[in-house]
Design a protein around this ligand. Sequence first.
Ligand code: SAM
Length: 488
Amino acid sequence: MTSRSRKEAGGYYTPERIAATLVRWVVRDETDRLLDPSCGDGRFICRHRTSIGVEREAAAASAARERAPRALVHEGDFFAWAASTGERFECAAGNPPFIRYQTFRGEVRARAMRLCASLGAVFSGLASSWAPFLVAAAGLLKPGGRLAFVVPAEIGHATYAAPLLDYLSARFDVVHIVAVREKLFPELSEDCWLLYAEGFGGSTSELRLSALDRFEPSPRPPRQAACIAVNEWREVWNRRLRPYLLPEAVRQSYRTVAAHPESTRFGGVASIGIGYVSGANRFFHLRPSEADAWQIPSAFLHPTVRNSRALPPRQLTRRSIARWRRSDDPMMLLRLGKLAELPASVRRYLNTEEGRLARESFKCRTRNPWYSVPDVRVPDFFLTYMSGVAPSLVRNLAAATCTNTVHGVRLRDRSAARRIVTAWHTPFVRLSCEIEGHPLGGGVLKLEPGEATRIVFPPPGLPAALPNRKVEAALRTMRAWRHCDDSR
Ligand SMILES: C[S@@+](CC[C@H](N)C(=O)[O-])C[C@H]1O[C@@H](n2cnc3c(N)ncnc32)[C@H](O)[C@@H]1O
């Protein structure tokens, strides 16, 4: 497989020692029947004689037959097979394909969603393939059955993982997630964790979470585990497991500070959203020399932040803009609004070959008029949403606008500006960014607008409840989990 088609099929095979560990735990008796719903080249099913594998790719299915001659391998879509089979299993194990929602489409997705809904799990349009795979595999277990799977670490924060954890806690006696910090798949940017569930047909009001620095083969999941009340996970932590990677004392203090009447969440004082999408940045962003050459009136040009790299660390001032201008950066947005009458010079620019190409881009051809870039706003602050060590909050003193590569923050309560600026660099707010944001791979912390609205600003002095040295240690922990070296 090429690396692209491999990624699209979610085709990364599990290292042998991990497959061996999961099968060893999940199979309890020689007569148990084991299911791998996406068996790849058969490295789970080859470890137990009464196994069934399903695999969509013909070449992988035939490799699986060769590797596991005693197993039965069905070639085709697992969801189609699962919807029609009458077979039931004592256990299921494997590593479901991790195909993101953009590629997990069409009939396979529709079948997956139908099947999961009939089993009681409803996923949003943003669900990646692996979560429905687990629900559908669980639906084929006999009472008392078990699951043991490799899962993306997104299980710890993705919104779409919550219906899966809800489903598992409502259907199994024990649900145990094992977070593993060191990469299980060194060639992938995504981290993977392990999921163990047993006692199908039961239910539990708690989730277990163990945090390991590295994977070690073992006959069972670690004994040491945090017991997470499902209610607390839902109501306090926004249905995320990642905060439970922190020591309980830190978590409780964070919770106390967040609930303090004088604390505020970012969304309480500001609205946070993405910048504009021009549809053709190369065309809509002009260099000063280009604007001069085309004689575009300055009334139609607006300074813009093209990406987070262009941002100074704390304030964007008129001097910063002058610097961009001197370096002839493509820093001016052609801002025409919905004007029907345009100056001749602008019309000439719109009618260039670049203009023709821009007009054909998806965003431009689906808006009217095509040259009117929507959602151009002047925020009070810019907020980086993909950050290395920590997100930057940059005050906009230059009345600039921004593309969707950074977030725009508009204060609802102007008197909050000072408090926010002062608190932004404190360890507590940095920790809050780690808790409310999520890792993206490659050491990056991502803050979606909804996550940014949850960042907690405590009243001055209150984090005394949580001494700085403890917050710093918690920050190091969270950064280590996203592979960020914070000594940079
Ligand atoms: C991450 S690999 C894991 C393979 C194997 N379980 C392992 O861990 O080594 C996922 C496999 O799922 C297969 N797959 C993807 N979509 C599928 C579908 N709808 N039905 C069955 N298999 C599918 C891919 O071809 C790929 O071989």
